[in-house]
Design a binder for this molecule. Structure first.
Ligand SMILES: [Mg+2]
Length: 110
């Protein structure tokens, strides 16, 4: 990635492992992604008190759990990328380039 092309945008890079104890496929990872997104949404709902319960956890404790669930989502997304690469010959690096171009085109980054 040419930094000049991305202007002032800040990047966060995280590195997550390929899970080598599972045989994931598109369906299983997609289902898991929705499951983990649901857990994240549930926690955020709890955080905001949207489920009618009073939030008993300390705010920082809830934010900590939100971060845990967010990483679960990221892990499953990464697992699905491995599936796309391995089973369908997708080049995720190329996809990242077009993804960044899309963000620029939509005005999300300049
Ligand atoms: Mg989870």
């Amino acid at each position: 990635m040419n930094k000049g092309e991305i202007g002032m945008a800040e990047f966060k890079s995280i590195s997550l492992p390929r899970l080598n104890n599972l045989k994931p496929n598109i369906e299983s990872t997609a289902l898991k992604l929705m499951e983990e997104a649901g857990e994240l949404a549930q926690l955020i709902g709890k955080f905001r008190g949207l489920n009618g319960e009073e939030c008993k956890m300390e705010e920082q404790e809830v934010v900590d759990k939100i971060a845990d669930e967010l990483l679960d989502v990221a892990q499953v997304a990464i697992s699905m990328m491995f599936v796309l690469e391995e089973c369908y010959s997708m080049n995720i690096e190329n996809k990242v380039v077009t993804h960044i171009e899309k963000l620029k085109r939509k005005g999300y980054i300049k």
